[in-house]
Design a protein. Structure first.
Length: 714
């Protein structure tokens, strides 16, 4: 019977997003779509009075809404008109793998997680399952071609959005690729459909080339699947086109990647080692039992090992059990006519089988690893227990042989697996229950600088601990693994030479037998220093204006939402300035764009020098800038705006062609605590800016506080 290691449960609660976005059923449809577009989320839920999930609206529903296939007899107006019910939900205690299988089999992309009372705890998506399963732990190497979807739905850029939306709704697919001349140039996804649904049916007749998202990021079919998956995570995209020699051959989605994951290599190795350990223990136990059974020949037929009894002086076989006949390929009567020197490959050929007797210790018993020869001349590797006995004045040799062919094949397999572990780029460390190292692969030495001989018997914390994590951090690790759960996380460690590095690690508890006792831990480590640095660089680039070095529109809006949320929680005042350079087009026309860029950079420096460290300056586009002033009421913001306006006017920008006088016009608004959308204040400040320009420029104008974005919408 195969030996199975204990199955450890990882509950859905460990994957769940604990802050799902919920709205009331009577929320207007336009607001539903706006929330999904603004927050870039794939679903919204409603809950009943007991906080149980009552309905869900997804990006796929937005596609059906756009083409009018929701099945409603009347025009949908609210969330209640478009949401799907009942909501697919599972308990938070359900194992992650069971939850994933349920979600895939039902063809859902989102899973609501509820507690014992049915109350909403959070939402789990395909992306959450992808991050949980982990690509660095795949058992076998895979390529994009092994997981991609062949012949993806593609339309020419001249086709209409209506055609794409109807195909997506009918086939229940997440996107349509857009081609030009047969080559992929972009795509239209469900997330795009959310935006078009909010804009209305008039968008359906627009050609795909005008509305697609692009350019489409592509990969080769032979790219490692792990590399493609990391690319999707790093750039926060859910789909990649697969192109070979300029021709579209498939599409790789996050769903394809999740399905392609295999069993984890370390778990498989652990099961193999435990199975081997179990078989060895079983063999030793049977050998001990066998020595007792040999006292009576009538018990020989009940033993699965081969038993031979021979005369000590001649080596003539006088008895053999059925297992010996099967192993050696003889009939019973034929085997009793054979001498031991025809069956054994002795350690001293010159003395034949008798050399075994010479090798026996004084007590007349020993264990050897020998090859037994079958009737057709084949060699069978065996573990042979040899015992010399005396009975009725006659000396006999009793041999008990265990066929080791399968066990040796398993040992060879384990050696291959150890070699495979040493070939991994990830460091693998096995410790005992006290976390003292008992084995580590070659990647551990490359990662830490410690040779295996230096690490064995010592705790990893003694070798690589950096002091960057506090005591509570390590206590959380211990509480997780001692409870029998896998711990995964990131930490900073120190190499032997003192250099710090970022590390991603997973620690798996190892059990001995079915009694559930933890005996070892396996840690898999990956150096992510370069990846972390690259991610930080990409994050910074994504929110920074490359010309002036201040926040771009995206970075500024992130800060605005953060400070607005802080204001609503704690009641702190928040004001915003909108300003741009007066007559900037004249500067570009008269002096050229290079000088214009220098003017923009210098004005940015002047403004930045007069702001606090807590303030935020952003370039929203062209010569238009905005400033966030936390903890500042309208009067304080007006004073700051006057100071900025005056300082810019008093200091011309020095260029190679001489000084260029520059002035700015500023609009000032305070973010109201009742503003549902912080952009309302930006709109008010922008209107005040235009009034400043209309009144002659180089001045500051206060916004009218009662104006909101909703009132300004025609």
């Amino acid at each position: 019977m195969p030996h199975h290691s204990p199955h450890k449960t990882v509950a859905l609660s460990s994957l769940v997003n604990h802050e799902p976005v919920t709205i009331a059923p009577d929320t207007p449809l336009a607001e539903v779509l706006a929330i999904m577009e603004h927050r870039k989320i794939g679903c919204l839920l409603t809950v009943d009075e007991q906080h149980r999930p009552a309905g869900i609206f997804t990006e796929q529903d937005a596609v059906r809404l756009l083409v009018g296939t929701l099945g409603e007899q009347r025009q949908p107006q609210t969330m209640a008109d478009v949401m799907q019910r009942p909501v697919f939900a599972l308990a938070a205690t359900v194992d992650c793998r069971d939850g994933f299988r349920e979600m895939i089999s039902r063809r859902f992309r989102y899973l609501a997680v509820v507690d014992a009372l049915g109350k909403l705890v959070g939402v789990v998506s395909e992306g959450d399952f992808m991050r949980y399963l982990g690509f660095e732990r795949m058992f076998e190497l895979k390529t994009v071609a092994s997981a991609m979807t062949l012949n993806p739905l593609a339309l020419d850029g001249t086709e209409t959005l209506d055609r794409a939306a109807r195909l997506m709704a009918d086939k229940r697919i997440g996107c349509v690729l857009v081609t030009q001349g047969g080559a992929p140039v972009g795509l239209v996804s469900e997330r795009d459909m959310v935006r078009f649904s909010r804009m209305g049916p008039a968008q359906l007749q627009r050609p795909l080339a005008e509305v697609m998202s692009g350019p489409l990021q592509t990969v080769r079919p032979d790219m490692p699947l792990q590399e493609a998956a990391h690319h999707m995570e790093a750039f926060h995209i859910r789909r990649l086109g697969v192109v070979e020699e300029g021709r579209l051959v498939g599409i790789l989605t996050r769903h394809d990647v999740v399905k392609a994951q295999q069993g984890r290599y370390i778990e498989y190795l652990h099961e193999t080692i435990q199975r081997h350990h179990h078989e060895v223990q079983k063999a030793h136990a049977e050998m001990g039992l066998l020595s007792q059974k040999l006292k009576a020949y009538k018990l020989m037929e009940h033993v699965s090992d081969a038993i031979l009894v021979a005369q000590a002086d001649t080596g003539q076989v006088v008895e053999a059990n059925a297992s010996a006949c099967r192993l050696l390929g003889y009939e019973h009567t034929a085997l009793l006519r054979v001498r031991l020197d025809r069956l054994l490959r002795p350690n001293r050929p010159d003395k034949g089988w008798a050399s075994l007797g010479d090798s026996l210790p004084p007590h007349g018993r020993g264990t050897f690893h020998l090859d037994l020869l079958t009737s057709d001349g084949r060699s069978v590797p065996c573990q042979v227990d040899i015992r010399q006995v005396s009975e009725d004045g006659s000396d006999h040799i009793v041999l008990v042989a265990r066929d080791m062919s399968d066990l040796m094949a398993q040992s060879d397999q384990i050696r291959l697996q150890i070699q495979a572990l040493n070939a991994l780029d990830h460091a693998v460390v096995i410790t005992d229950i006290t976390t003292s190292v008992v084995w580590a692969n070659a990647a551990f030495t490359r990662l830490t600088g410690y040779e295996l001989a230096e690490a064995v018997g010592r705790k990893p914390a003694e070798l690589v601990k950096s002091g960057k994590q506090d005591k509570a951090f390590y206590e959380r690790i211990w509480s997780t693994i001692l409870a029998g759960n896998v711990w995964r996380g990131e930490l900073i460690n120190r190499r032997k030479d003192g250099q710090l590095y970022d590390e991603e690690m997973a620690i798996t508890p190892i059990y001995a037998g079915a009694d559930g006792v933890i005996t070892n831990f396996i840690a898999v480590k990956q150096d992510i220093t370069e990846r972390k640095a690259q991610e930080a660089k990409l994050r910074q680039l994504s929110i920074t204006d490359p010309l002036t070095g201040v926040e771009n529109r995206r970075g500024f809006m992130v800060q605005l939402e953060r400070l607005h949320a802080r204001q609503r929680r704690h009641g702190h005042p928040l004001s915003v300035l909108m300003f741009d350079l007066d007559w900037f087009k004249r500067i570009n026309d008269q002096h050229g764009h290079a000088v214009g860029d220098e003017v923009l950079k210098r004005v940015t420096q002047l403004v930045g020098q007069r702001l606090r460290r807590s303030d935020h300056l952003g370039r929203l586009g062209g010569e238009e800038f905005a400033v966030l002033l936390p903890d500042t009421h309208l009067d304080g913001a007006h004073a700051t705006a006057l100071e900025l306006c005056q300082s810019v006017a008093m200091e011309p920008v020095m260029t190679a062609g001489g000084p260029i006088p520059v002035t700015v016009s500023v609009g000032v608004a305070e973010v109201g605590s009742t503003d549902a959308n912080p952009e309302d204040a930006l709109v008010r400040a922008d209107l005040a800016l235009y009034r400043a320009k209309a009144q002659g420029r180089n001045r500051v104008v206060m916004a009218e506080p009662e104006l909101t974005a909703e009132r300004l919408t025609p």
